[in-house]
Write a new protein. Structure first.
Length: 164
């Protein structure tokens, strides 16, 4: 793979993840700890569960799949937790996870992007593993944004502010 294209892919991936981290930081700053763990129906996830899930997924796909560290994920705990962590603690854990992921992503040389890895028992390239994480983070941060808007009954103005 062309080094310039690989560098651009890795840089765009990092920037997209940073953008989602900024959005999460805004959401978490607007929610009380009770709201973070508020479940509107039994089939729904809480913001806290989604935060734990994102950390587990990023760790499994980036640190384990791409970086080669041990797979320490316990997925059931991500969705089974019903509190005990504050919004500040969850955001801190997410930021720590993201910093570690940025380091792994930044260290990927162009030649590794087509290397096959096996996160979550799947067979994917390093490029696909990184792409999966970016898409997955976007998906769940979008859910957290919506939940935050619903719980706060306010627009978060995460994009260009517009008159209403």
């Amino acid at each position: 793979m062309d080094d310039a294209i690989a560098a651009e892919f890795l840089d765009v991936s990092r920037r997209k993840l940073e953008m989602m981290t900024d959005s999460l930081r805004i959401c978490m700053g607007k929610l009380s700890d009770a709201q973070v763990w508020q479940r509107h129906a039994p089939h729904e996830n809480t913001v806290g569960n989604l935060m734990l899930h994102l950390c587990g997924n990023i760790r499994q796909w980036v640190m384990h799949g791409v970086g080669g560290s041990g797979d320490v994920r316990v997925r059931e705990r991500e969705f089974g937790t019903e509190g005990g962590l504050s919004g500040v603690e969850l955001m801190g854990s997410f930021e720590t996870t993201m910093c570690e992921a940025y380091g792994v992503i930044a260290a990927v040389p162009a030649g590794r992007l087509t290397e096959v890895v096996h996160p979550q028992g799947r067979t994917v390239t390093v490029l696909e593993a990184i792409y999966q994480v970016v898409a997955h983070v976007h998906q769940h941060v979008g859910q957290i944004i919506l939940l935050t808007k619903q719980m706060t009954r306010a627009d978060l103005d995460l994009t260009i502010p517009r008159p209403r």
